[in-house]
Write a protein that binds this ligand. Structure first.
Ligand SMILES: Nc1ncnc2c1ncn2[C@@H]1O[C@H](COP(=O)(O)OP(=O)(O)O)[C@@H](O)[C@H]1O
Ligand SMILES: [Mg+2]
Length: 269
């Protein structure tokens, strides 16, 4: 705590607001070996906000998410500097990194189903955390599957293999799994890259609903998806923030940076 009481501009700004921002990223840099891929970026996310993150491949979007939940530590040679605070707390000083990761649900671009039944996929993390009460597990599995808009399609076959579901269903199962940790923050990394538009729209409806309970970072390859869902959008390019603003500004005829206009209008990227 003492180490946090520095005179960084962000820390002092924060004293003027009543509640801490949900996430605050302050001068974040990331290198893989000698190669720096995130070049000192700063931004924040408010509670219950959906922040859209757009940008071409290799811009550092996935790396940014991995810095936030500290899975970047699994990559040998990755070195991060700067600060990431959640509810005002420096994530680097959080002792219980498993608890930090529990608080941050992560949905990868391709569904990553465990070779288990639908039920067991969702019950896996709560069981690993010690939950043994069948009644409570049943409730939790149903709630998460409902939140992921999958319950009606699978409620009669919870014992069949999750990996036998269609691509879109598996991606919703992945979301149900992420929700089973009861996260405060949900990070989605190009979740719709391998699913059809109809399922994508269903999941978008799910996200609108989930926003009431959590803060969402929506990394998306579909700029229109950010437009549909995000209150603010950040355009990341080559490890730098080109622009971050209210989504309507980013998609207007006059964003601050010409590159934003070109990117959201498909002129490049
Ligand atoms: N594990 C890794 N080791 C080395 N370089 C990596 C690793 N992961 C990503 N990179 C590099 O970091 C940069 C950003 O990648 P990434 O975060 O995956 O971007 P995006 O998600 O926007 O496509 C790229 O140049 C990529 O090659
Ligand atoms: Mg990526």
């Amino acid at each position: 705590m003492v180490a946090q009481a520095t005179s960084s501009p962000t820390a002092s700004d924060r004293t003027s607001t009543s509640a801490p921002r949900k996430i605050e990223v302050d001068n974040l840099r990331l290198s893989y070996g000698p190669k720096e891929v995130i070049h000192g970026i700063s931004f924040h996310i408010e509670p219950n906000e959906i922040l859209g993150v757009i940008g071409p491949a290799q811009s550092g979007k996935t790396s940014l998410l991995r810095c936030i939940n500290r899975t970047i530590e699994f990559t040998a040679g990755a070195k991060m500097s700067g600060k990431i605070r959640i509810d005002g707390e420096d994530t680097q000083t959080i002792q219980n990194v498993y608890e930090l990761r529990r608080r941050i649900g992560m949905v990868a671009p391709l569904p990553v189903g465990l070779p288990l039944s639908i039920y067991d996929n969702v019950a896996f993390a709560p069981r690993a955390a010690g939950q043994r009460n069948k009644g409570l597990l049943d409730e939790l599995v149903e709630r998460c599957l409902r939140q992921a808009a999958l319950w009606d399609e699978v409620k009669d076959r919870l014992d069949s293999l999750g990996t036998k579901l269609s691509g879109g269903q598996q991606q919703r199962l992945t979301i149900a799994r992420a929700l089973s940790h009861e996260p405060e923050i949900l990070c989605l990394d190009e979740f719709s890259i391998a699913i059809d538009p109809v399922t994508t729209m269903r999941i978008e409806d799910v996200l609108k609903e989930l926003k009431r309970h959590m803060t969402i970072i929506l990394v998306t390859n579909l700029v229109q998806q950010a437009r549909r869902l995000a209150a603010r959008t950040m355009f990341l390019w080559n490890g730098e923030i080109v622009e971050i603003d209210r989504t309507e500004v980013m998609f207007s005829d006059q964003p601050k940076d010409r590159r934003t206009y070109d990117y959201v209008n498909g002129i490049f990227g």
